[in-house]
Design a protein around this ligand. Structure first.
Ligand code: NBP
Length: 476
């Protein structure tokens, strides 16, 4: 055995990750169910590093130094289970199986438990950055045991993206912590993209800017505190014109956004944990609405698609939208980090929130300047109740608040849907409100279901005899 690590599953992602590992000087055994993908990888890129080509899983396993580190990069779901089932009988105690696919963290919990019974270590590892990232440096979020992390650390820290000399990977926590954090990362990505899309819609529809002009606006924003990969590629996509028609590219693309399910998973998990991730939820639902073409056509026919006209000063409006985008983005990240905190507490993962912001600074889709501020916020105060109350973000939100309200109000007046902007503002207002109408909800619940309520003026659990003499019982 001479390979430091092995990787099976050489489609787009696996192939690039294998090349990245080889380029960093690690000897890597490569395998794919269909051997042709393996041989073509070695033929095309064999000179990039030290690949050990293997055709059978037996050869593959035998080529790797013990305790073995084996990365699986196949289609998530049943294919991953199929590969694990074939591999396990060939392994020895303390070997490490890494699932680098986009698994649901419940699957990771199940797989880790099954492998632990055989004295094997299972690592659910989130990898973000797409094909490009896999090749040139992704953000890597491994869960699993300390033993597994120590074995994987040299390879992972060398292949991950790097920002200011710090690799964009760390041991996220035990168990399924890595895949959980990757899931929330993708949820935040949904919210980020929805906020960008709403900004574009407002600038175009209310501000009257053409896509090429909006591209310029995003370029300028990318020089400021919004600087990020997504803002940067938004400028690129909006500047692009369609080769066939000469029309702005964004005008020839069907307006039905697709999803692979990680946004939905994030929202489902958030509902279970009781964490309001309204930005991510609205972003996920907005994609659903966009795909409901029949309903959209029926509603457009019934109500028409006309918009009201509102006169705005163009430059002022551009600035207001920027402020609304930034404030809503703070809310989306605050909610995402709340979810990681809740998931970590529920599962005893002890995830360090500042570390998550650190490893997202490079390699991944949501990489952004902004994350440095989040790192600082948690360094300043590890038990921050919400990112929103960190002094830096609080100032930023305060500064942009008037503009944020103006943008949401204008959108509502005109008829441009801004679910993520509006719900983020509502979330912010709910958090800071002294009295919420939840008091009335408690009253209603007690009225129809005797669900009881607490009082503001004394301890206890109370019920009013709604069908009787309206007297109050202390039921505590
Ligand atoms: P795919 O998700 O398209 O999977 C193709 C690979 O799975 C091939 O190597 C194929 O082998 C193998 N495979 C399948 Br399908 N069924 C198998 C089975 N029963 N036994 C053994 N191998 C099997 O590849 P991908 O697009 O490279 O994605 C790989 C993983 O990475 C997925 O989990 C995906 O969700 C994730 N991903 C992540 C990102 C990101 O940005 N992080 C992007 C894209 C994908 P074959 O060649 O023999 O058919």
């Amino acid at each position: 055995a001479r390979a430091t690590i092995g990787l099976t599953g050489l489609a787009v992602m696996g192939r690039n990750l294998a090349r990245n590992i080889a380029r960093q000087g690690h000897t890597i055994a490569v395998h794919n169910r269909t051997t042709e993908k393996m041989t073509s990888l070695v033929e095309q890129f064999g000179d990039e590093g030290d690949f050990v080509p293997t055709e059978t899983l037996e050869e593959f396993v035998a080529a790797i130094e013990r305790p073995r580190a084996i990365v699986i990069m196949v289609k998530a779901g049943a294919p991953t289970d199929a590969v694990i089932d074939e591999l396990v009988p060939l392994l020895d105690p303390d070997d490490i199986v890494v699932d680098a696919g986009n698994a649901h963290y419940d699957d990771t919990v199940r797989r880790e438990a099954a492998l632990a019974e055989k004295d094997l270590h299972f690592v659910g590892m989130g990898v973000s950055g797409g094909e490009e990232g896999a090749l040139n440096g992704p953000s890597i979020m491994p869960g699993g045991s300390e033993h597994a992390w120590e074995r994987l650390r040299p390879v992972l820290t060398s292949i991950a993206a790097e920002v200011d000399g710090t690799p964009c990977t760390t041991h996220v926590g035990p168990g399924a912590a890595g895949h959980f954090v990757k899931m929330v990362h993708n949820g935040i990505e949904y919210a980020d993209m929805q906020l960008i899309a709403e900004s574009y819609d407002l600038l175009r529809t209310v501000g009257g800017l053409e896509p090429a002009e909006i591209s310029q606006v995003f370029r300028e924003w990318n020089d400021g505190d919004l600087e990020s990969f997504l803002i940067d590629i938004t400028a690129d996509v909006l500047a692009h014109t369609d080769g066939d028609t000469g029309a702005p590219f964004v005008d020839v693309v069907r307006d039905a956004a697709e999803q692979k399910g990680t946004g939905r998973w994030t929202v489902q998990s958030a509902l279970d944990l009781g964490v309001p991730v309204t930005g991510i939820a609205e972003a996920t639902f907005a994609r659903s609405i966009s795909g409901h073409t029949e309903q959209r056509a029926a509603a457009a026919q019934t109500f028409g698609s006309d918009l009201a006209r509102v006169e705005v000063d163009r430059d002022t409006f551009v600035d207001q939208v920027r402020a609304a985008l930034y404030a809503s983005k703070v809310v989306a990240y605050a909610q995402g980090f709340d979810q990681i905190k809740a998931g970590s507490e529920e599962n005893d993962w002890d995830v360090d929130l500042g570390d998550m912001a650190t490893i997202w600074r490079g390699g991944c889709i949501i990489r952004a300047q902004f994350l440095n501020r989040i790192v600082d916020a948690y360094a300043e105060r590890a038990d921050l109740p919400s990112l929103l109350v960190d002094p830096y973000f609080a100032d930023a939100v305060r500064d942009g608040l008037e503009a944020w309200r103006e943008v949401v109000a204008t959108a509502a007046r005109v008829g441009v849907p801004t679910p993520a902007f509006a719900s983020s503002l509502a979330y912010f207002d709910a958090l800071r409100r002294d009295r919420l109408p939840a008091a009335l909800i408690q009253g209603l619940r007690d009225n129809f279901g005797a669900h009881t309520y607490g009082r503001t003026d004394r301890e206890g659990t109370f019920h009013t005899l709604w069908a009787g003499d309206l007297s109050e019982e202390d039921q505590s």
